[in-house]
Design a protein around this ligand. Sequence first.
Ligand SMILES: NC(=O)c1ccc[n+]([C@@H]2O[C@H](COP(=O)([O-])OP(=O)(O)OC[C@H]3O[C@@H](n4cnc5c(N)ncnc54)[C@H](O)[C@@H]3O)[C@@H](O)[C@H]2O)c1
Ligand SMILES: [Zn+2]
Length: 391
Amino acid sequence: MLLLQRSIQVTWPLRVFFTEDVFAAGHPLLREVLTDPAPRQLLVVLEDTLALAQPQLAEMVVAYFAPCAPALRLCRPPLLVAGGEAVKNSQSIVNDLLAHIHRHQLDRHSYLVAIGGGALLDVAGFAAATAHRGLRHVRLPSTTLSQADSGVGVKNGLNAFGQKNFIGTFAPPFAVINDFNLLRTLPPREQRAGFVEAVKVACIRDAAFFAELEATADRLGAFEPATVRRLIHRCAELHLDHIATGGDPFETGSARPLDFGHWAAHKLEQLSRFRIRHGEAVAIGIALDVLYARRIGWLAAPAADRILRLLERLGFTLFAPELLQDDATGHHQILDGLEEFRQHLGGELTVTLLRAIGQGAETHAMDPALVLAAVAELQQRTPAYEPPDRD
Ligand SMILES: NC(=O)c1ccc[n+]([C@@H]2O[C@H](COP(=O)([O-])OP(=O)(O)OC[C@H]3O[C@@H](n4cnc5c(N)ncnc54)[C@H](O)[C@@H]3O)[C@@H](O)[C@H]2O)c1
Ligand SMILES: [Zn+2]
């Protein structure tokens, strides 16, 4: 037998900048981040809903880069594309983006700058990662969820075969710019959806942050900007710490420690045909796993109650009828989420639960009867359940 073996080491900087009005004339940040010794091209992709909500934005982008040519040259005015979960359910936006990258002859040293919510960033990130095997991808997340969580990570994804993020790559972004002023037009329902990722990461990693969220819950509920910004900053910091120091940035093992509450959440999103937003589904998924952890004796009852109460104070409904959806044989479909979660990584089922607030712990099996008992408890707790408006 012959064997050649080498070790490959690659180091990526993962940079998240926090600022306001990044496209204001004279704001140096983006120009400095994109500056290179050689002239570079950039394609800006802008979510259409955001362009509609902030009608001056597209023109500001053009005006911002005009004085930068030829060092930095916009290959066309911002490309408006649809956003929201629907764009992840087909490959058509990816194909459009790849066609634009081809048409404008962008290369590996060019930039694809994407401005929008987590769904659009996932799609744009996939196009950027696969064109020429990787362009420089710069993200400007425009939702609380994407500024606090999805936009600052190293993954992208599309849904396929009825499964969330079946297609996707690990591809660290060239840079992330969290512009807080992009959030000013975000509807309340979307603002709130991002808070849950902060509750999630506080539950598994940081008891002091959890206490801070409890103390500021009313201000968060009123979307007080300084409090929302602090939540985003700390949540992004905990995610970055995990990616940089957790030892498995590309998730080659069987565990997804930051996906607390997500096995049920991903299934709920799918069962509801995405009526339930990612953040709303995660709130229910956390509540379910919290009650489950209490039932198996891992989590003390007062701690479980604190978590459920915080989620409710932040405005989340902790039950959805899809939790009870069964098939012709009476099998509860929510339980399939466990196997789909396992399959996504392969290997042994690994679900993060809690031993205490701030202390996540892994389990490799969940008892279906206890999961369903937790579902029943959530239903009882939410007697006046009303489905949120479709919008
Ligand atoms: N890649 C990852 O690591 C990762 C991690 C967690 C979640 N995600 C993904 O992120 C997605 C959820 O992202 P999201 O919560 O940002 O939702 P989203 O992208 O669906 O955006 C929510 C809604 O807000 C609108 N919107 C966005 N910015 C706006 C603004 N500033 N003003 C007005 N409207 C605006 C959008 O058009 C959309 O209708 C899910 O697909 C989820 O799977 C990815
Ligand atoms: Zn999430």
